[in-house]
Design a protein around this ligand. Structure first.
Ligand SMILES: Cc1cc2nc3c(=O)[nH]c(=O)nc-3n(C[C@H](O)[C@H](O)[C@H](O)COP(=O)(O)O)c2cc1C
Length: 156
């Protein structure tokens, strides 16, 4: 199975750490949207898309890239790191899941975990979630990727 992970990680490298751990399980390459080859993605079985959450949204470099993709076939997954937890009725991941589905991807899973956050309100206290993603978060990320790799149904 060929897998590629497209990741924007600009703040602390938090999402990149998660992406790298998922990539180990998937034998995937991790690329930025700017490095991603659209033609290659069309020929890839499983594509992961992830970034930190900024003002409630995925990083614009990631979503702008997805918007440029032509119609696709194949499986995808979405992942995020954020300072605050997702609120179930309106998860951070949903808009990107819908965007990918509109491009023709079958979105098989979503993953998010808390991560070091120095966004302005938290900067004054030196940031929150200082040690995250931690070993447990990374192990969970890897297990998520393994379930996707093994085709064990939609995962989140
Ligand atoms: C300007 C800014 C805005 C942010 N907005 C949010 C937010 O709306 N919700 C949230 O949970 N975390 C927010 N965060 C925290 C980031 O999502 C978090 O630190 C993330 O892990 C960054 O990922 P990265 O290091 O891979 O870029 C924000 C951080 C910054 C710097």
């Amino acid at each position: 199975m060929k897998a590629v992970i497209v990741c924007t990680s600009v703040s602390h490298g938090n999402t990149r750490r998660v992406a790298d751990r998922m990539a180990e399980a998937l034998g995937a390459r991790v690329v930025s949207p700017e490095q991603a080859d659209t033609a290659e993605l069309a020929d890839t079985d499983l594509v992961g898309f992830g970034s930190g959450i900024f003002y409630g949204r995925f990083h614009r470099r990631l979503t702008d890239f997805v918007k440029t993709l032509p119609g696709q076939r194949g499986r995808a997954f979405v992942f995020a790191t954020s300072g605050l937890p997702e609120v179930p009725p309106a998860p951070f991941t949903r808009p990107l899941v819908l965007l990918l589905a509109s491009k023709g991807f079958e979105v098989d899973g979503t993953f998010s975990c808390r991560a070091f956050d120095t966004w302005l309100p938290f900067k004054v206290v030196g940031g929150i979630n200082k040690q995250r993603p931690n070993a447990g978060d990374l192990a969970t990320a890897r297990a998520f990727a393994e379930r996707l790799r093994d085709g064990r149904g939609p995962v989140s």
